[in-house]
Write a protein that binds this ligand. Structure first.
Ligand SMILES: Cc1ncc(COP(=O)(O)O)c(C=O)c1O
Length: 446
């Protein structure tokens, strides 16, 4: 007898991973914060040192930024009730775009409702089906998803490897358009895009270069201008993307660059045209944060002081923190279960952090992802190191196989972009395989 159509909700009823983790007492996600205070938060009435946010400069709760959001709300209301293209543009959006373009020394800038949309929207609008997007294997999920929806072919290359990139560029047909895309700072490992090596290769092969400054804005470069400024390569980078959800403390994203390119996106990018404009409060807050970031340079100085202290501190205890060069500090733990237990114990000891598991990191090399802020005090940081050291002993972290032989599962990384160097890398749109074997991971890995 015919069984009839498949029940779309069956997989939801079968999904038990989060319930299992809750039952075992180490579910680490969706923790409700009652009061955020930047370097610490209150959860269940208790104070926790926050080392799991991207609020690098501590501007998310700054009174002046909050007041700018309130002022914009009083003036323009709580929403724009329409797309930027139609009725949704307010003067504040235009002012923010001009301020960002001037700050980044770019011709023009267009705001998107999120950084995720900015990446998707630009990749979809700017590429065609005879083009190729050459994508660093560790790029953020919004780029990977953007590549999947874009008409161009996705060609992954080895993380931060100019030689891997060159090999792939050489194989392209002469006439194929090509876009090389990199995170400026990689969101899990904390390492920095090797633009001085990557860009000459890209340019030698006629590629357009696109840099995602999500984790580098406010962190690297003069007054926080990002990785492109850090390396002084502005004239060789064609598209700069950024978000407001990290150093600038709010939400939203942007694309900046050539004026004609931005004009095209404004009229052709569906992720911009078919969604409501950024609310006034957000535009007002981000404009203020951008000003403060430039005026109060002590924030970036202090961020780097704290970052160096934590790199040294974790390493001297014996933690493997990979190749990080930034305030993102991945702490190698090993198995997923151990990363969850470690995170739960941190929380009980008064530290808020989150784990990252496969496919965000290599299988068997789960981490606790920590990130540090300008507003952490020495006392906060010493306490964090003390608790990590205590838990590593208690939980036997350094005895995990990941510590004996890190990097052993090199063939499984990120979104399972193929590691082969053969023709299989040049794949049609949609060729990225979704992970299936790891429990909680699919939904929560980035
Ligand atoms: C490298 C990178 N790009 C883009 C995004 C998306 O930014 P948003 O939070 O503004 O959507 C993120 C956010 O996690 C990110 O880490």
């Amino acid at each position: 007898m015919a069984k009839g159509p498949k029940d779309l909700f069956q997989k939801c009823r079968d999904y038990r991973d989060s319930d299992d983790a809750r039952a075992q007492g180490f579910y680490p996600y969706f923790r409700a914060i009652e009061e955020p205070h930047g370097n610490y938060v209150i959860c269940n009435g208790e104070r926790k040192i926050m080392i799991g946010s991207n609020n690098y400069l501590g501007l998310a709760q700054d009174e002046r930024v909050v007041e700018a959001a309130c002022e914009a709300t009083r003036r323009y209301g709580v929403g724009c009730t329409g797309s930027r293209l139609l009725n949704g543009t307010i003067k504040l959006h235009v002012e923010l775009e001009e301020a960002l373009a001037a700050f980044l020394e770019q011709e023009a800038c267009i705001l998107y409702s999120t950084g995720f949309f900015a990446n998707q929207g630009a990749l979809i609008a700017l590429t065609e089906d005879d083009d190729a997007i050459l994508c660093d294997r560790e790029n953020h999920a919004s780029i990977i998803d953007g590549c999947q929806f874009a008409p161009a072919k996705l060609i992954p290359f080895r993380h931060n490897s100019a030689s891997s990139l060159e090999m792939r560029l050489k194989r392209l047909p002469d006439e194929a358009g090509r876009l090389v895309i990199m995170d400026g700072v990689f969101s899990m490992s904390g390492d920095i895009a090797d633009l001085p090596e990557i860009i000459p290769v890209a340019k030698r092969h006629g590629a357009t270069v696109y840099v995602d400054e999500a984790h580098s804005l406010g962190v690297l470069g003069r007054q926080g201008r990002g990785t492109v400024d850090h390396f002084g390569v502005k004239d060789s980078v064609d598209i700069v993307m950024g978000t407001f959800s990290k150093s600038l403390g709010s939400m939203g994203g942007f694309i900046a660059g050539d004026g004609r390119m931005v004009e095209y996106l404004k009229h052709r990018s569906r992720c911009l045209i078919f969604t409501a404009a950024l609310p006034p409060s957000v535009a007002g807050a981000v404009k203020k944060s951008l000003e403060l970031m430039q005026e109060e340079t002590w924030r970036i100085d202090q961020l780097w002081k704290n970052t160096r202290k934590m790199h040294e501190g974790f390493r001297s205890i014996g933690f493997n923190i990979g190749e990080t060069k930034t305030p993102i500090v991945p702490i190698l733990i090993g198995s997923e279960a151990k990363a969850f237990i470690f995170t739960q114990r941190l929380f009980e000891e008064g530290v808020f952090a989150t784990p990252a598991i496969y496919p965000a990191v290599r299988y068997g090399e789960a981490i606790v992802r920590t990130s540090f802020m300008a507003t952490h005090t020495d006392e906060d940081l010493d306490r964090v190191l003390e608790i990590f050291e205590k838990l590593a002993r208690e939980l036997g972290t350094f005895d995990d196989p990941a510590y004996a032989n890190p990097g052993r599962r090199k063939n499984i990384f990120d979104f399972r972009l193929s590691d082969a160097s053969g023709e299989g890398d040049v794949r049609a749109n949609g060729g990225v395989v979704a992970p299936e074997e790891s429990g909680l991971c699919a939904a929560v890995s980035r």
